[in-house]
Design a protein around this ligand. Structure first.
Ligand SMILES: [Zn+2]
Ligand SMILES: [Zn+2]
Length: 440
């Protein structure tokens, strides 16, 4: 199976295997199924055609605007074998009339398919992150896209090297598609004008370059372009990687994000709020998060607070890394599944020279939670004390010294798990409960 991005949208049945009617100016993502060197493409309205498969392939298409046949080049960015595990993320804000019924339909599609993850539906749409063998994982999203309400979702796919990245499947109605404050059901998520303007990865890249150039040249007064780069994630996510020039968010949990909400009376909050005291009409706010959903949600709140110029990175960092590589990004990307941290090359392989050069400089911001020294591995671990379980960055020496715990207190706690080696995560407590206590 392969995901192929085709522009423009193929929207009609072709006359032959190599021809398709094209509506120009529409970009769309189309799923293909690879069967023994044959691709099937699902165009608008569920129509399909197929052609012989190559790494990159050319075909002619009829252009409705020029009235002639034009050459189209399509490429398959990444191929996954049917049995290979992948992680898929997507979300869509759209009115769903009977979300409970919708949940049942989705659950019945899942019968006999090996999918783990978190898939939530409600009146405001769908938010899905899950893992599975690519055959099942892609079949599900392909099925979701057959519904016109979900046909233009942007899908993020990345490899899962250790099988499932989620412990089980949770597919259900949830009052809030993301956890924020008192919930998000009252927010005008379905009103595009209340959300930020989405920027494509390449638009984001050029805006970012401008922002960072201005910041770096001290002679230039920052008055013409008031621009704030806002990381709408948690501090611990920033710790393993972020866009150059983004301030570390003083937030432990998105639920409590409150940028732009501080009033002048709360001096403490104002100090850590990059949006405090900015001109809400003249400042460009560039917002980003992992996959885009948190920004979309949060931008409606900022809109209501009077911020006029809001921009989000469409598809979030994962989409950016896939399209633009690691330009402007330092470190890894934190992900909310068993993998925890992904190097940018997961999304877009880079040449060796590039990667080596970057890795030398990019880790210096990442500090050990225990001793403050630089960490060599941009990856969190959970505290070995089950009752703490804190996600923290730790240098190798402190991992040994503290036996996987985050602080001295935790090393003497009752329910200590063994130090994790390699890239695993802790299993359920009963797997450790009956082990001999660790020596030392
Ligand atoms: Zn340390
Ligand atoms: Zn701890």
């Amino acid at each position: 199976m392969a995901l192929i991005t085709l522009s423009p949208l193929l929207s009609s049945t072709p006359n032959s295997a190599k021809h398709a009617l094209i509506q120009e100016h529409i970009t769309h993502q189309i799923f293909t199924s690879l069967h023994l060197h044959r691709h099937k493409i699902h165009g608008g309205g569920g129509r399909r055609f197929s052609w012989d498969y190559q790494e990159r392939f050319n075909f002619s298409a009829f252009s409705s605007s020029t009235g002639g046949w034009i050459d189209v080049v399509a490429g398959a960015p990444k191929e996954y074998e049917d049995a290979e595990f992948i992680v898929v993320n997507f979300y869509r804000f759209v009115f769903v009339q009977n979300p409970e019924e919708e949940v049942l339909r989705h659950l019945s599609f899942m019968q006999g398919r090996d999918i783990h993850g978190r898939i939530y539906l409600n009146e405001q749409g769908i938010n899905a992150q899950y893992s599975g063998p690519s055959k099942d994982a892609l079949a599900y999203v392909e099925w979701v896209k057959e519904d016109h309400r979900f046909s233009d979702i942007l899908i993020q796919i990345s490899p899962a090297t250790n099988g499932h990245a989620f412990p089980k499947l949770k597919l259900r109605y949830k009052p809030s598609l993301v956890q924020l404050g008192e919930g998000i059901s009252h927010l005008p998520l379905l009103d595009q004008s209340m959300r930020a303007t989405p920027l494509t990865p390449s638009e984001w890249k050029s805006k970012l370059e401008r922002v960072n150039n201005i910041d770096n040249s001290l002679d230039t007064v920052n008055s013409t372009t008031n621009c704030i780069l806002l990381d709408v994630r948690n501090g611990y996510e920033w710790d393993v990687g972020h866009f150059q020039g983004a301030q570390r968010p003083d937030v432990d949990c998105f639920r409590s994000t409150s940028f732009g909400l501080s009033s002048e009376s709360q001096t403490e909050v104002v100090a850590s709020d990059p949006l405090a005291n900015v001109d809400r009409e003249k400042t460009d706010v560039l917002m980003y998060c992992t996959g885009g959903i948190r920004c979309d949600v949060y931008s409606t709140i900022l809109r209501q607070q009077g911020f006029k110029n809001l921009y989000t990175l469409k598809g979030g960092v994962s989409h950016y890394l896939e399209k633009e590589g690691s330009t402007g990004w330092v470190g890894n990307l934190f992900v909310f599944d068993g993998r925890l941290s992904l190097p940018p090359s997961t999304y877009k392989p880079e040449t060796n020279a590039d990667t080596i050069g970057k890795q030398k400089t990019s880790h210096s911001f990442a500090k050990c939670h225990v001793c403050g020294s630089h960490v060599s591995e941009l990856r969190h671990r959970n505290c070995a004390n089950l009752d703490c379980n804190l996600l923290f960055l730790c240098c190798l020496k402190c991992v040994e010294d503290m036996r996987g715990c985050c602080c001295t207190n935790c090393t003497s706690a009752d329910r200590i798990r063994p130090v994790l080696r390699g890239h695993q995560r802790y299993k359920k407590w009963h797997t450790y409960r009956d082990l001999e206590p660790v020596e030392g």
